[in-house]
Design a protein around this ligand. Structure first.
Ligand code: LLP
Length: 431
């Protein structure tokens, strides 16, 4: 099985966290997102454990809620001691509504509106990660008008491209995010930020990419960022106390994937931080990490009902389901590969190769192509695995399909944490 929380019961049904997915599909309907709470909690603890073992607990893990934002997720990660990374007023609003303490929230965004900045200032968000010079100016004005001083970090492009086969350092990454290091932009931003009376620059941030399977680019990013912090100390006499190294550890999507466990990645990063600080005689900073996918990705799956099977002789067989790119746009967007199985035939071999087609009025609406699957028939339940990250959070109402329900499984019991949308929800804002 792809992840250890998936099992097959005596009836040959796929179970997640001990709960029978076929029963879940019948009880809650499909499409249905199912999340395993114990696995989410274990992942949170796994991150905290490494920081405690390797770094004396001098850090904060902020769950990157873009991977999965709903009130219950914020409650779960908060109860495990994590904070949250939010990237919009909507994510911030959800986190606050769920009771996440504002000081544990890191606010991102390369194009934050004044209203979003005001919201962050009003609620006392712990750290606002500033992306560009106009934002610094706007934030200072908003903070001043509110009579507050706000903690900020600066988003830096460390010049590391982690998405090549062998990661490379480029002169300057073509990215819309943050301040470039090589051009001197980063140093200029530090100088500018230090001059604003209502901004308190506490540290630097970088995020080198997502679904990264190896430790090397992360460790290199830590070294580069500490080099910059040392340069800031030398050139302008400011010793920044915090370093936020973003998210990015990859997960197992297919049986062929062999990602480095996130615990090893964090261990390697912290090793590089300690080593570099010793070399530079730089005080070890408080560290922040923003994992999203590695906390929730493997903890979720999506259930669909098979509506039809269509074989085009000598070409391919389509298995057509009652969801698609509206609940999982990742194949359409990135050709991301998934494993799937027929949940009610989980003990049988996956003897066929099929294309899973969604219900949207678009040829590219596929969950995947050339996927091994048990022989499927109408009314079977199809499970697509490792859909816990960037599925519900990227869902849309394309074709006016209502967004699916999300259930959380814990110790065999399931509870709804996001209700299925209704048609009335869909027309709510129509005049
Ligand atoms: N921090 C920052 C500043 C980020 O931009 C991201 C992801 C994360 C943390 C979390 O990264 P993670 O640990 O989840 O890799 N929609 C794409 C993923 C986009 C990720 C964007 N930023 C997907 O479905 O693969």
């Amino acid at each position: 099985m792809l992840t250890p929380n998936l099992t097959v019961n005596a009836e040959g049904h796929l179970c997640i966290g001990g709960a029978d997915t076929v029963v879940l599909a019948k009880t809650h309907g499909t499409p249905l997102y199912v999340m395993d709470e114990n696995m989410i909690r274990e992942n949170c603890r796994g991150f905290a454990r490494v920081i405690s073992e390797e770094y004396g607990g001098r850090g904060l893990i902020c769950f990157a809620s873009k991977a999965l934002s709903c009130k219950e997720l914020y409650r779960i990660v908060d109860s495990e001691g994590l904070g949250a990374d939010v990237v919009s007023g909507g994510e911030l609003y959800t986190a606050l509504k769920a009771g996440m303490p504002a000081e544990k929230i890191v606010m991102h965004g390369n194009s934050k509106s004044n209203a979003e900045l005001q919201m962050a200032v009003t609620h006392g968000v712990g750290r606002i990660v500033c992306d560009n010079l106009p934002e610094l100016d706007r934030l200072n004005r908003i903070a001043e008008a509110s009579g507050k001083t706000v903690n900020i970090m600066l988003r830096i492009k460390p010049g590391i491209d982690a998405h090549t086969h062998d990661f490379v350092k480029t002169g300057q990454i073509d990215s819309k995010f943050g301040f470039a290091l090589e051009t001197g932009e980063a140093m200029a931003a530090v100088k500018a930020a230090s001059l604003y009376p209502n901004l308190n620059l506490v540290g630097l941030h970088c995020h080198i990419g997502s679904q990264i399977l190896d430790t090397a680019p992360f460790a290199e990013a830590a070294r580069v960022m500490l080099g910059l912090m040392n340069k800031i100390r030398t050139e302008i006499g400011v010793t920044l106390p915090e370093l936020n190294l973003g998210g990015g550890p990859g997960i197992r999507y297919t049986e062929a994937d062999d990602p480095m466990p996130f615990s090893e990645i964090v261990r390697a990063i912290l090793g590089a931080v300690k080593e570099t600080c010793a070399e530079l005689s730089f005080p070890e900073p408080f560290v922040l990490f923003e994992p999203g996918r590695s906390i929730v990705g493997g903890a979720g799956l999506t259930l669909y009902t098979v509506m039809a099977k269509k074989t085009i002789p000598d070409i391919r067989t389509y298995v057509l389901v009652d969801g698609g790119m509206c609940d999982n746009p990742r194949y359409a967007l990135y050709q991301s590969r998934y494993e799937a199985m027929i949940a009610n035939k989980a003990a049988e071999p996956r003897s066929e190769r099929v294309t899973i087609g969604g219900k949207c009025c678009e040829s590219g609406d596929l969950i995947g192509e050339d996927m091994p699957l048990q022989p499927a028939a109408e009314d079977d339940i199809l499970a697509v695995l490792a859909t816990g990250a960037y599925n519900y959070s990227m869902a849309s109402n394309y074709n006016r399909n209502p967004r699916a329900e999300l259930v959380m499984v814990r110790d065999d019991a399931a509870r709804t944490v996001v209700k299925r949308e209704t048609y009335e929800d869909i027309v709510r804002n129509d005049i």
